[in-house]
Design a protein around this ligand. Structure first.
Ligand SMILES: *[C@@H]1O[C@H](CO)[C@@H](O)[C@H](O)[C@H]1NC(C)=O
Length: 112
């Protein structure tokens, strides 16, 4: 009975994650600490010239240490670099464009 009651909540949580999860798993560059990589990724993502030239607006640079299991927090990270086509808050009418792969490659990070 408890299990049946929990199902709607579980499904709601799952769809929330599915809708928003654009994190990619990467090895940070050899010799970088997570802090250095995070600062570099923030700076590079938020000033990414191809995004600016497409007329987009910076949304978010995200770095979460570790892989999808939370392991290897010194060498791997879940990352994304999002730009949006609106100046203010993201609505259902906004479009998010992700530059994660290009920004990561420019810093020497490799897909994990
Ligand atoms: C952003 O993109 C969405 C999806 O293409 C579009 O519906 C919306 O009008 C765009 N908004 C602006 C401000 O360009």
């Amino acid at each position: 009975m408890q299990f049946l009651l929990a199902i709607p909540f579980f499904c709601a949580a799952l769809s929330l994650v599915r809708a928003e999860d654009n994190r990619l798993s990467y090895f940070i560059p050899v010799g970088d600490t997570i802090d250095v990589f995070t600062a570099d990724f923030d700076a590079t993502c938020s000033t990414w010239a191809p995004a600016i030239s497409q007329g987009l607006f910076f949304s978010e640079a995200f770095v979460e240490p570790g892989d999808f299991q939370g392991k290897n927090a010194d060498t791997e990270a879940l990352i994304f670099c999002d730009w949006k086509n609106v100046t203010g808050a993201i609505t259902s009418d906004s479009q998010i464009t992700t530059f994660t792969v290009d920004v990561a490659a420019s810093l020497g990070a490799t897909p994990a």
